[in-house]
Write a protein of this length. Structure first.
Length: 175
């Protein structure tokens, strides 16, 4: 059962990575188009900026979720590393609980925000509901909830092959 759950978490992690990466690529293509139409053609397109903003939100929430699982997020450990090991273990559990609370908060209130704004439309994109632009918030929060629970139940997963496939392998020689 554990291996099956970790396999599904690996797939969710890869989905977060791909969604984030494709968002950055799309932003890299959309922003120059907006600049080109404004300064070369003399008529600015209305859609590049709001779409780029939505893609940035997608990148932020799904990328943060993947970074949490990979243990690639920013962490200030200067103080905690100087504490005794038992205190470090207690603080690690407290941090896990706080992360879970934050992720559940983001998921719950992000969902509420989406539902409450679904009937409104984006000014430059009349076909797009405002609630759809907020969808990455609860979805990214939900993936973070999954990864936090995984960390609490199964421990750190930042060393899994799916996470470290691109890390340089260092050969250790016996002295």
């Amino acid at each position: 059962m554990k291996n099956k759950l970790l396999y599904y978490s690996d797939q969710l992690y890869l989905a977060c990575i791909w969604i984030s990466g494709l968002s950055v690529i799309a932003m890299s293509l959309i922003i120059p188009w907006g600049i080109f139409t404004r300064y070369v053609l003399g008529t600015g397109s209305q859609w590049p900026e709001p779409i780029a903003i939505v893609l940035m939100v997608v990148f932020t929430f799904f990328g943060a979720s993947a970074a949490y699982r990979a243990r690639a997020h920013i962490a200030v450990a200067m103080v905690t590393e100087r504490l005794p090991k038992p205190v470090q273990r207690v603080l690690a559990k407290v941090i896990d609980v706080l992360m879970l609370i934050v992720a559940v908060f983001v998921t719950f209130y992000g969902t509420k925000l989406c539902l409450e704004t679904w009937g409104q439309t984006v000014g430059q994109l009349p076909w797009m509901p405002v609630g759809a632009t907020y969808l990455p918030v609860p979805l990214g929060g939900l993936t973070t909830v999954v990864f936090v629970l995984e960390h609490i139940v199964f421990g750190q997963q930042g060393d899994r092959a799916v996470v470290t496939f691109d890390h340089e392998k260092v050969k250790v020689e016996a002295v």
